[in-house]
Structures are given as C-alpha cells and as structure tokens.
Ligand binder design. Structure first.
Ligand code: PBG
Length: 333
C-alpha cells in the first residue's frame, strides 16, 4: 500500500479550499500590479482627452495629459506603459515616414513621460501602420503585398528615434522576418546596449484588433487584411518557430497576441523556451468584456481579475491590458 493516501475520504481536495486564509496560502499564482503593462494612445494638441468609441473607458491623450496618466500608473505600481500614436491623417504617407521623424508624437510622449516619471518603463511599438496612408505595417508593392526587406530597413529607422528619445523596450509588432536581428544590431552599434527588445513573436491575423485600429485612426483607411505577414489563427507549431527565430536574433522577451483565445500558444511557448513571455489582452477582448459589463451580464471587478490571473496560470510573465489601472486599484485595495 502506498504511504501517501490518495483515496477519499483520507483525501478531500476541498479541505484546502475551506477557508479564505487557506485558499490564499495555497494559491499557485498571485496577480500584482507589477504584472501589468498599460497600453496608452497619444494624440496631437494640448489638453485633449478623446474617447475611443469602440473601447469604452479608453481615451486618446495629448502629450501633456498622458504624463498625468503615467504618474497615475506609477503611483499604482504599474511598471511599464506601451505607447501608440494616433497620427494626424495629413502626416500619413505611402512609406510611413513620420515613423522616423525624431519629433513625432511617440518621441514627444516618450521624452515628456521620461522627464516627469523617470522610473516607469516605456515600451514602444515598431510597425508602420499608424503612419501609412494604406494602414499596412510596412511598405507595399503595386499589388498591395507588404515587402519584407524594404520594410525592415524602415523599422530600424523607427526603432532608432524611439531609442534616442528614451524608450526602454522596443517592441516590433510588424511580423517582418529578420527585423529583430537588424534592430538589435542597430541598438548595439549605436550605444543602446540596455534597451530591450520584446518581440511580438507570435502575432496572429486576428479580428480582435479592430477596436485598436479605431483608436490609432487607421480603421477608416484599412480595407485589406494582414494575412501575408501575421499568423493564421489555426497554427501553433509555427508560433514556436517564430519565437525560436526571434530568440536567436536577440529578443529579450516575446509576446503572444491576442491573449485569452491563445493561452495554449502562450503555454507552449513558455514550456518550450523558458523565457519571459508576455500576453497582450487586445482591444477586441477588452471591448467584448466591456460590452458584457455594460449589459449587466458580468461582474466587472471579478471578470477583470479572473481573466488576468488566467494569463499568469498559463505562464505569462506579464500582461498588456487596457484594464491595468482598474485591476491595479482593485489589487491595491
Ligand atoms: C500594430 C499593432 C496592432 C496592435 C498592436 N500593435 C494592430 C494590428 O496589428 O493591426 C493591436 C493591439 C490591440 O488590438 O489592442 N501593428
């Protein structure tokens, strides 16, 4: 007979769940505000706070006001912000050249936040979609096909101005092949040795990004899809190849995106590579939850904390979430 009793009634799995103190003592994963990266949208002007229609409770902030949001996040223990620009339509072009203007909205926001809140981390998205007149993440040929190598050269320029403005984590979200090595090379040779790269390594061609495209003002101009560069939602072996390639090229951490519908991918990546993996609970997931809250179908506080805890259980080092401030306030009591 085994020395370890495994049969009911000697074993009652409910014993450990019988009281709150015991449940908290046996909790396998604990969510804290340090697990969050908060995505913020920056827009032009001064004193501007603009609602994003498809994301209730999310706003586009002008640079002066985004600084206040950074202070709020820092005071709640949120370690890092992810910045995205709503570029003036007049500044969007075929090749997205505003992306490497050292005085663009992103760079202005980076400098202003670093000035006011030097201790918060800043993650900056590298991809051309908020800057192109067609809404693709890179430059296109006559057939509308996104060109890999030509785009890669432009992404290096975009990453350079972000690093020079003070970004801490460069986060390429464009899904071009070879861009991690190219950006790492530039950072190393230009003295940005401690600037990290978090690769959006396994990024899927997902319908759940649609509200984001509204937030960065590309919803109206983008009529195509991104299936020739973003991944097929049916695949996950391919995600492991994407991650392996980006690690070999020098990524410090990787991301799986979207979040909740892709927890199996997150888990496989974490199990296979044992490196920091982040999840992006994207705009459409946020919108879906908010719609259920508004309809009185789900309890907001509980649903927010439950979904975020699930990312940790699956192996995430952290989560990019539009609910970061709400969740941090709940966790801080
Ligand atoms: C840019 C980018 C997108 C998101 C993050 N970076 C949109 C896209 O790829 O079309 C989506 C984020 C979200 O939906 O919350 N390439």
């Amino acid at each position: 007979m085994s020395l370890v009793p495994t049969q009911y009634p000697a074993t009652r799995l409910r014993r450990l769940r019988a009281s709150a103190w015991s449940r908290s003592m046996h909790s396998e994963n604990v969510l804290t505000p340090a697990d969050f990266i908060w995505p913020l949208f920056v827009t032009g002007g001064k004193g501007v706070k603009e609602a994003v229609q498809s994301m209730p409770g999310v706003f586009r902030w002008s640079v002066d006001l985004i600084v206040e949001q950074a202070k709020l996040a820092h005071s709640l223990g949120i370690p890092c912000l992810a910045l995205f620009p709503n570029t003036d339509i007049a500044k969007r072009s075929e090749d997205g050249r505003e992306a490497w203007n050292a005085d663009n909205l992103m760079c202005q926001a980076i400098r202003a936040i670093k000035d006011a809140v030097p201790d918060i981390g800043l993650l900056t998205d590298v991809a051309l979609d908020p800057y192109t007149s067609h809404g693709h993440d890179g430059v296109i040929d006559a057939q509308g096909y996104v060109l890999n190598d030509e785009t890669k050269e432009l992404l290096i320029k975009q990453a350079r101005v972000q690093a020079e403005a003070g970004a801490d984590i460069i986060a390429p979200s464009d899904m071009m092949d070879g861009r991690i090595a190219a950006i790492r090379d530039m950072l190393e040779s230009e003295g940005h040795r401690n600037v990290q790269i978090m690769s959006y390594a396994a990024k899927y061609a997902s319908v759940f990004y649609n509200p984001f495209r509204d937030a960065v003002g590309s919803a109206g101009i983008f009529k195509a899809d991104k299936k020739t560069y973003q991944m097929d939602p049916a695949n996950s072996d391919e995600a492991l190849r994407e991650v392996a390639m980006d690690i070999a090229e020098g990524a410090d951490s990787v991301m799986v995106k979207p979040g909740l519908p892709y927890l199996d991918v997150l888990y496989r990546v974490k199990e296979s590579f044992k490196l920091p993996v982040f999840a992006y609970q994207v705009s459409g997931e946020y919108a879906m939850l908010e719609a259920a809250f508004a309809a009185g179908m789900l309890d907001k506080d509980k649903a927010v904390l439950e979904t975020l805890t699930c990312f940790k259980r699956a192996g995430a080092a952290g989560v990019l979430t539009y609910h970061a401030v709400h969740a941090a306030k709940l966790l801080n009591g």
